[in-house]
Design a protein around this ligand. Structure first.
Ligand SMILES: Nc1ncnc2c1ncn2[C@@H]1O[C@H](COP(=O)(O)OP(=O)(O)OP(=O)(O)O)[C@@H](O)[C@H]1O
Ligand SMILES: O=P(O)(O)OC[C@H]1O[C@](O)(CO)[C@@H](O)[C@@H]1O
Ligand SMILES: [Mg+2]
Length: 487
């Protein structure tokens, strides 16, 4: 997938620096499509809601921390039901697919897309594609009805199955066309959204009346623009159990380190939030913050200090942390998964061994190390209550968007308001923890760990990154101004 074959971006400018990064609509390439009244207007459940339909001009600001002279900046189209729809209920043939790694809440999103289509729009034909993208052309489908999906939100995983790799755009769109599908709901992470964008482009090239909606999913929270991804809170909550166990073990044994490895391939959000939530963690290591082991200011020195002061400590390490150190000491593997994601070496085992070797070599202090690796346990659980609510809103917003004829979009909250975001904004970069941001500073002041950074590193890092989601810390725009002003 490249940018050369991509359809033109819809960017609309307004007064005072207002910019709308709009999403595509079916009428962009199929003019004169008929419209219909939204069946929701006759739905008794919604009859009492004042201004139920979203104004066609309503947009959501990406940056809400502004200054007197700030331009109004980038906006996205507000999600929600529209007065006019571009599909009749009995014309719709929808399908749902889940791709990439598991994440709490997948089943809730599936359930709410099915129920939203049935109950809000009277749509009766919804297909589940089994086993991710490759399922479009090599696996069975399952008919989804409110009855079939009734209880699935109480289970972890995805009832549709998932996979990595197997994205063949042509075969997938052939299958969509052959089956007469005209709404495609694609639930997945950054890789999946890239695949969804390729599917949308091919559908548009063929001139098909098929709306494509992405629902962003990943416990790593590495999708930019949106406030956070669903399932993330559940994963952070589940991680507390491992951290608590590490703390209990370390407190009860002499000179004991409780070490927990958490998911987070390229971004350390889970580790960072689990650490801040717990307060029992003395050191958190994430991919975005390089660290070193030996010498002044290094990890071993800090461990020794902490054990002398407290007799125990807890370390949380994200799976993608310290990979450059591993590559130095082990033979670099360069392995990839079926989707082309780099497969990391096991940093948990490596750091456990390195710590043990250091203290046994040094003979000053006998230590005890308890290593806990809850890897898949934090993502294979059902979503918690707040993620269930979040998943419901995502699913319903996606359904409203496709019924209104929008396509080529990912749905998600931007500053708390659900919005339709063009694919290109979602797939252009990965969201990562910004370590010059206040959230990381909050963590450092809670753990009291060394920052492992020299003043020179900090200066080099400054100005490189903008806040990628609201979760980074919306104060960062202030920071950026300070940097730009050279204060
Ligand atoms: N650039 C791309 N173009 C088309 N398809 C892609 C692209 N990158 C990934 N995919 C497809 O998207 C699917 C999911 O990708 P991936 O395994 O990277 O997971 P993900 O969606 O990023 O989720 P997570 O990282 O949370 O597990 C796979 O089937 C993969 O083939
Ligand atoms: O299921 P797999 O392929 O082992 O995936 C593991 C990866 O998936 C993620 O959970 C993202 O979904 C990463 O944190 C992790 O590295
Ligand atoms: Mg991914």
């Amino acid at each position: 997938m490249g940018t050369s074959g991509d359809s033109p971006r819809k960017i609309v400018s307004g007064d005072s620096g207002y910019v709308l990064e709009d999403v595509p609509h079916l009428i962009d390439y199929i003019p004169d499509l008929p419209t219909f009244s939204n069946p929701l207007q006759d739905n008794p459940a919604y009859s009492v809601v004042k201004q139920y339909f979203v104004n066609v001009d309503a947009t959501v600001a990406q940056t809400i921390v502004v200054h007197k002279s700030s331009p109004r900046g980038t906006h996205f189209r507000r999600a929600g039901p529209r007065q006019k729809v571009y599909f009749e209920s009995d014309e719709v043939h929808a399908c749902i697919v889940t791709c990439g790694g598991l994440c709490p809440g997948l089943n809730t999103v599936i359930r709410e897309i099915v129920c939203g289509l049935y109950h809000m729009y009277g749509v009766k034909k919804v297909l589940g594609i089994n086993g991710g993208y490759r399922g479009f052309y090599s696996r069975n489908t399952i008919t989804l009805t409110p009855k079939v999906v009734n209880d699935i939100h109480k289970r972890g995983g995805t009832v549709l199955g998932t996979s990595r790799g197997g994205h063949n755009t042509k075969k997938i769109v052939d299958s969509i066309q052959d089956r007469g599908i005209n709404q495609v709901y694609i639930i997945g992470g950054d890789g999946t959204q890239k695949g969804a964008s390729a599917i949308y482009e091919e559908i548009r090239r063929r001139g098909l009346k098929v709306a494509v909606a992405g629902v962003p999913k990943t416990i790593d929270n590495d999708i930019p623009v949106i406030d956070k991804s669903f399932g993330f809170d559940t994963a952070v909550e589940e991680a507390q159990r491992a951290i608590n166990a590490a703390h209990v073990e370390s407190e009860s044994n002499e000179n004991c380190i409780g070490l927990v490895k958490l998911m987070g391939r390229d971004s350390g959000f889970i580790a960072m939030h689990a650490t801040i939530a717990s307060r029992d963690v003395d050191c958190c290591l994430i991919p975005e913050s390089p660290f070193y082991l030996e010498g002044a200011g290094g990890l071993f020195e800090y461990i020794e200090k902490r054990l002398k002061e407290n007799g125990h400590m807890v370390i949380v390490i994200a799976e993608g942390a310290g990979q450059e150190l591993l590559s130095e000491s082990l033979r670099s593997s360069h392995q990839q998964d079926a989707s082309g994601n780099k497969l990391h070496q096991d940093v948990g085992l490596w750091i456990s061994q390195s710590i043990k070797d250091h203290f046994s070599r040094q003979k000053k202090m006998a230590i005890n190390l308890k290593y806990i690796d809850p890897t898949y346990m934090i993502r294979a659980v059902p979503s918690n209550a707040s993620d269930n609510v979040y998943c419901t809103l995502l699913a319903q917003s996606a359904v409203h968007g496709t019924m209104a004829g929008y396509t080529g979009f990912t749905v998600g909250p931007v500053n708390g308001r659900h919005s339709y975001i063009p694919f290109y904004r979602i797939i252009e970069r990965q969201n990562r923890v910004v370590i010059t941001d206040r959230m990381w500073a909050r963590l450092l002041s809670s753990t009291n760990q060394p920052s492992f950074m020299t003043a020179k590193d900090v200066i080099n890092d400054i100005g490189e990154e903008e806040p990628l989601t609201q979760m980074s810390d919306d104060n960062s725009s202030d920071d950026k101004m300070i940097k730009e002003n050279g204060y």
